[in-house]
Design a protein around this ligand. Structure first.
Ligand SMILES: *Cc1c(COP(=O)(O)O)cnc(C)c1O
Length: 393
């Protein structure tokens, strides 16, 4: 179907941070399958563990116990604030699970009949009907009415906007069940969460019995130089969702909950493929390799190098670029609002320099390279960005 506006390039092979098209042309990959290929392409350790897994077993269903799933759940619980995991296959699905959990929590724990979940403007939570209804960007809603009811939107990083909405909705008794929010808005333009805002948000949610649920689909699994984006903000959510980087390029998602939010019972929710041995081995291998290779500290070093280079780019091309912003290896260049240039056009032009970057909204050029990117490759990335800007009128 015509669901994607694809760039005119056909990728057939990858190794580390490099991709080859069918003519043998080599591209530097600062997209990494949209922040998914954490270990880069065709990583030896991931390939070996998945090959072994395929020889043993691929899929059995959640009718039975799955040791690979239990091992990944164990690892995630030991390395986060959560106590339990539910596995699915994507970010949208993880958020669907979170939305169902929030509603059940409201009905069963708090006795709310008409629960409302608050999300932020400019947020992105996925493309299934409930996840897109939770997404605070009207352009994603167009043509899909009637949307799923029970979502209201406040301004990101604006506590007054949030508090005002709670006051309004709770005026005839409590209705606000949960907040679903990204620690850094990815698709919405790489907007970094404000620590003070999030700390106030945490306090208000705790005082009012509102579940604070983080969408860590893009920010999680080391992308931001921490295992989880919430660590940067200095607070803990009651639950959070993950997907993208978890499988190193393989489909897997999860809803993680603390004990007090661990309310799903048998029959409440399910996924045929969720938590299958193959996907969970991918997840566990990615997690252990990030640890073994000390990638979190490497992400921070490469991030410093990239950020410094991006600041130089802002100074070199002030006509086009307004600023650079990001955390870890989730970085963006913001194009001036009144400039003709769009991030999509830039991504297209970057192909000439054999560089892959991806838009985050209309005006932000996003860079989310594999976490294994080397110092010399960051230099290459900056050189190719510069060359692309030079050719833009
Ligand atoms: C990509 C993304 C999603 C959707 O994930 P899919 O795997 O495409 O369903 C949800 N939330 C955030 C923050 C994302 O970046």
């Amino acid at each position: 179907m015509g669901t994607y506006k694809r760039l005119p390039v056909t990728i057939v092979k990858g190794k580390g941070c490099w991709l080859w098209d069918q003519k043998g042309k080599r591209y530097l990959d600062a997209v990494a399958g949209i922040a998914t290929c954490s270990l880069g392409h065709s990583d030896n350790s991931l390939r070996q563990s998945l090959t072994k897994q395929l020889k043993r077993i691929q899929h059995v269903s959640n009718l039975y116990r799955i040791p690979e799933q239990e091992a990944l759940a164990q690892w995630l619980v030991e390395h986060s604030c959560a106590n339990k995991a539910f596995f699915c296959n994507s970010g949208a699905e993880a958020n669907e699970a979170a939305i169902k959990l929030a509603r059940k929590y409201a009905h069963c724990i708090r006795g709310i009949d008409q629960p409302v979940i608050l999300t932020a403007k400019a947020s992105f939570h996925g493309r299934t009907l409930a996840a897109v209804s939770a997404t605070g960007q009207p352009n994603y809603h167009k043509g899909f009415a009637p949307l799923v009811q029970g979502f209201e939107f406040f301004k990101y990083n604006d506590f007054e906007s949030f508090e005002g909405l709670v006051k309004e909705l709770d005026s005839n008794g409590p209705r606000v069940a949960a907040v679903l929010i990204e620690p850094i808005q990815g698709e919405g333009g790489i907007n970094i969460g404000d620590r003070v805002f999030f700390q106030k948000l945490r306090k208000k949610c705790s005082e009012n019995g509102i579940l604070l649920i983080f969408d860590e689909v893009q920010t999680g699994m080391g992308r931001c130089g921490y295992w989880w984006g919430y660590e940067y903000l200095g607070i803990e959510p009651d639950a959070f969702t993950i997907a993208k980087g978890l499988g190193g390029g393989h489909a897997i998602g999860a809803l993680m909950v603390k004990s007090h939010a661990d309310i799903f019972e048998a029959g409440d929710h399910a996924s045929t493929f969720g938590g299958n041995p193959f996907a969970c081995t991918a997840g566990l291998t990615v997690a252990k390799e990030i640890e073994k290779r000390n990638l979190l500290s490497k992400v921070n070093n490469r991030s410093d190098q990239l950020k410094q280079g991006l600041v130089e780019l802002v100074n070199k091309f002030p006509k086009h670029i307004k600023e650079s912003r990001g955390l870890g290896l989730l970085q963006g260049l913001v194009i001036h609002e009144d400039s003709q240039l769009t991030a999509q056009v830039f991504a297209q032009n970057a192909l000439q320099e054999q560089l892959l970057v991806v838009a985050a909204g209309a005006k932000v050029i996003r860079m989310v390279p594999p976490l294994v990117i080397k110092e010399s490759e960051i230099r290459q990335l900056l050189r190719r960005l510069t060359a692309t800007f030079r050719k833009i009128k």
